[in-house]
Design a binder for this molecule. Structure first.
Ligand code: B12
Ligand code: SF4
Ligand code: SF4
Length: 377
């Protein structure tokens, strides 16, 4: 097989496996990516992630994953469905989590493609999300797309609603060239971000990103809670504001939403979600890796932003009876934000009974803000 035939065969195989875009990057260490990642971790941009200088060095060098690596086959798979508008009483979930878990689908795609390369005598390793690979950087190097100011990779014709995946291989495949595109003067995503996470220089303070805030395990900083709106998992605001993403079709049949409740769950049901129901509803989705308590916490924050007195009974129940202190604490915050006589009475009753220090602190802060006439942050 000639070099041209090899390249064409690999690209065709990737498309046959389901890739919407595919390009090749050389499996060389990327000094520029290493530097950018080190700088980002050094600034403390991703404090809830276990990333450090060692991780940056690994992620910028595909030979950490496969010692004999010569090429990285970079694929992008479109996942957007028609947009969901915010609905009263319902939480917002990011488009990437509406369907069956993309990790499984991507593993099948990448595994099948890797099998085809192995049939040619190659060794391979696959990566999607969880392996130490700077996926956006390699996709950018391969020319799959360019990295926008919202820090997501934008693929021409597909936009940024694409999952990335890689097959690192010992095959020497003729590489592509980067697209050399940029956002130009556009800053729409930066303006659209409610938390100020995007700096506008193609970097992000992920500690402020709603996607991170709704997925992390600990308490959400009080001053950031009002900025989350009704997002209960992930956030799409910067991508929804992005012109090349908006011009792309939103018809990814392979990632069709599981059902309406997964796409926009009722906040009252979410706050009462028991562990069995959580598993039944979410095990098949990309939300399943976190426990139900995280979703109940997020539902409480969304209610604290909706400010609907109809939510007080559900929040009362949560502050008094949820087994997880994280949920009781955030429910206390939400009751304080709503601030109706019934909400404040529930907080006073609970303040006599609560034994967990952090929850007690939330109740105290909520009550205090009312005694001083100031809104709860
Ligand atoms: C940690 C993580 C997060 C964190 C941090 C996000 C971040 N921007 O770093 C949080 C939880 C916030 C997050 C959120 C989301 N994530 Co995420 N996440 C990851 C993960 C696991 C690691 C990313 C990482 O290492 N970040 C550290 C930073 C410093 O590195 P970086 O993002 O790779 O980008 C740097 C380099 O690429 C470098 N660079 C190198 N060459 C070049 C060239 C140019 C020209 C430029 C400008 C920069 C550049 O500069 C970049 C910025 O400093 C990756 C999977 C993976 N292994 O890569 C998925 C991944 C990045 N996430 C993904 C998705 C889908 C999301 C969400 C859209 C989900 C959602 N809707 O909630 C949001 C998007 C939020 C946002 N605006 O970024 C996709 C992105 C697909 C795409 N089209 O880009 C990935 C690739 C997973 C996948 N396999 O598909 N994520
Ligand atoms: S995902 Fe949401 S919070 Fe995160 S950077 Fe984009 S707009 Fe901001
Ligand atoms: S909204 Fe504009 S600045 Fe942001 S990523 Fe899209 S094109 Fe770039």
């Amino acid at each position: 097989m000639t070099a041209v035939e090899l390249r064409e065969n690999v690209l065709a195989a990737a498309r046959k496996c389901g890739a919407d875009a595919v390009r090749i990057a050389p499996a060389e260490p990327q000094a520029w990516t290493h530097e950018r990642m080190s700088a980002s971790f050094g600034r403390g941009d991703l404090q809830t992630w276990p990333y450090d200088e060692r991780y940056a060095a690994k992620a910028a060098d595909p030979r950490t994953l496969l010692a004999a690596a010569r090429s990285v086959v970079c694929v992008a798979v479109a996942y957007a469905s028609p947009p969901e508008k915010a609905q009263h009483g319902r939480g917002r979930v990011s488009n990437y989590a509406w369907s069956d878990d993309y990790h499984r689908r991507m593993r099948v795609l990448l595994g099948t493609l890797a099998g085809e390369l192995e049939a040619l005598g190659a060794t391979t390793a696959i990566a999607c999300d969880t392996a130490p690979v700077a996926e956006r950087a390699f996709a950018e190097r391969a020319g799959v797309g360019w990295i926008g100011k919202h820090t997501n990779l934008i693929a021409p014709g597909l936009g940024s609603y694409v999952f990335l995946g890689e097959v690192v291989t010992s095959l020497a495949i003729a590489p592509d060239v980067p697209l050399k595109k940029s956002c130009g003067a556009c800053t729409r995503c930066v303006t659209a971000c409610p938390t100020g996470a995007l700096r506008g220089d193609y970097t992000i303070d992920a500690n402020r990103c709603i996607s991170d805030l709704t997925q992390r395990t600990g308490p959400i900083p009080r001053e950031l809670r009002p900025l989350i709106g009704t997002w209960v998992w992930g956030c799409d605001l910067c991508q929804d504001a992005c012109p090349p993403t908006n011009r792309a079709p939103r018809t990814a049949a392979a990632f069709a939403p599981v059902d309406d409740e997964t796409r926009a769950p009722s906040l009252a049901s979410l706050l009462r979600l028991k562990s069995g129901e959580f598993k039944r509803r979410y095990a098949r989705t990309a939300i399943g890796w976190r426990g139900g308590a995280i979703l109940r916490r997020n539902a409480a924050v969304a209610m604290g932003n909706l400010l609907d007195r109809a939510d007080v009974p559900a929040l009362e129940e949560a502050v008094a009876g949820d087994p997880h202190p994280l949920v009781r604490g955030h429910a206390a915050w939400a009751l304080g934000r709503i601030g109706s006589p019934r909400a404040l009475a529930a907080l006073r009753v609970r303040s006599e009974q609560e034994t967990d220090e952090l929850v007690f602190d939330e109740i105290r802060a909520a009550l205090l803000s009312h005694s001083q006439g100031a809104p709860v942050e």
